[in-house]
Design a binder for this molecule. Structure first.
Ligand SMILES: *Cc1c(COP(=O)(O)O)cnc(C)c1O
Length: 396
């Protein structure tokens, strides 16, 4: 790995992470960890991954200096353009990595879950490319909401598995996918959608996403003469943020900022800001800051950006927060929507609503500083959000 912060042998980053799962699954995940650690030393695997990242995904993604926005806000604002990747976001980075690992391990199927359909779409894409069967668990409510992504996943050959219990959305889809995986792990691998879940998933996803930060560090130096003063990324589970942070964790003078969704407010149930409002707890096989009520029951998360509404957060972010290696801030729905409009109109880039949280924070920060360099991770494009915004938040 490229930074020095690795999990211990039990998969913990300080107090967070681990493997809170049954014994037989633990054995299987330990096998996956072993294969992963071998494979990332294997030249042929790395070459194949590099080839696909370059020619299938379109990496390295450029860093764009947002001249109009910079002039308007009095600082130099840059965007790492993950929105230009094939399938429109950073998720393809870890899906391709995990699918390639599955293939090398001799598995024939990948199992995943999806909320708004972005992770499912990226996983279905990687599976089609590599000839793997792909089961995507998805809540019935989400299937209705994300119809276009469901159609795309079916076109790509994935099996959509509707989940009809509980709130019929992401949290239950994860439960259902994990349940299926427990029965099918001989032939299948679970491909998680962020740096969450039991060890080694957070570490593996971080490895595949860290290419964002490695690219960004040298791009800033080579193209723009120096490193940024700030690196800003939105945080759902935390994969795009950890990806870009990786390129700068060893740099003394770069302030890393993760932006959590404040949603409609500070009450549990109104937001998805796990660092800000969560307490230590266990969700989906790992320990992290998680949104819960007084009784310790996990509560549903909310954000206008579906890709951010997870009640937990990657263990590495909990660790970075506790050790003050990164700062975590909050941005609400309406601020993010303003930023969505602002970037579209000012720079000709329609950002994903998730990424709009990071942009909103960068613009807010800009009002308090001057002549600094702010690098924002533009985790995805906004095509998927346009209909929703026009129907629910049309510009007055
Ligand atoms: C899924 C998604 C996110 C949130 O996931 P992280 O693991 O926190 O990165 C952010 N942006 C976009 C565009 C997404 O699709």
């Amino acid at each position: 790995m490229i930074n020095n912060i690795l999990p211990d042998k039990n998969g913990f980053f300080g107090n967070y992470g681990g493997q809170f799962i049954e014994e037989d699954l633990k054995n299987e995940l330990n096998k996956i960890e072993k294969s992963f650690l071998e494979i990332i030393q294997d030249e042929s695997f790395l070459q194949e991954l590099d080839y696909l990242m370059k020619n299938f995904v379109g990496r390295p993604s450029p860093i764009y200096f947002a001249k109009n926005l910079s002039e308007k806000y009095g600082n130099k604002i840059y965007f790492k353009r993950e929105d230009l990747n094939h399938t429109g976001a950073h998720k393809i980075n870890h899906c391709l990595g995990q699918a390639l690992l599955a293939k090398k391990m001799g598995k024939t199927k990948v199992i995943g879950e999806t909320g708004a359909g972005q992770h499912g779409l990226a996983l279905a894409t990687a599976s089609a490319l590599l000839g793997l069967e792909c089961d995507i668990y998805m809540g019935e409510v989400d299937i209705e909401k994300a119809k276009t992504n469901v159609d795309k996943m079916r076109l790509l050959g994935a099996n959509i598995k509707p989940v009809s219990f509980g709130t019929k959305s992401l949290k239950e889809a994860v439960d259902a996918a994990l349940g299926a995986y427990k029965k099918e792990f001989k032939n299948a691998i679970y491909a998680i959608g962020s740096i969450v879940g039991p060890h080694p998933f957070p570490m593996m996803v971080e490895f595949f996403q860290s290419r964002i930060g490695i690219e960004a560090n040298s791009q800033m130096k080579e193209q723009y003469g120096s490193l940024p003063d700030y690196v800003v990324a939105c945080v759902g589970g935390g994969s795009n943020a950890i990806g870009i942070f990786n390129g700068f964790l060893n740099e003394q003078n770069v302030q890393l900022v993760g932006v959590e969704p404040l949603g409609k407010g500070e009450k549990i149930g109104q937001n998805a800001a796990s660092i800000a409002f969560g307490k230590d707890g266990i969700i989906h096989g790992f320990k992290c800051k998680v949104l819960q009520n007084e009784k310790g029951e996990i509560q549903d998360a909310y954000s206008v950006a579906c890709g951010l509404d997870y009640p937990g957060i990657g263990p590495k972010h909990c660790y970075l927060n506790e050790n003050k290696l990164a700062k975590y801030e909050i941005i609400g729905d309406l601020e993010a929507i303003d930023a969505f409009y602002e970037l579209s109109k000012t720079e000709g880039i329609i950002p994903a609503l998730e990424s709009s949280h990071a942009i909103a924070y960068a613009l807010k920060l800009s009002k308090t500083i001057k002549d600094k360099k702010i690098l924002v991770n533009l985790s995805g494009r906004g095509d998927k959000d346009i209909n929703f915004i026009m129907e629910n938040y049309p510009k007055k």
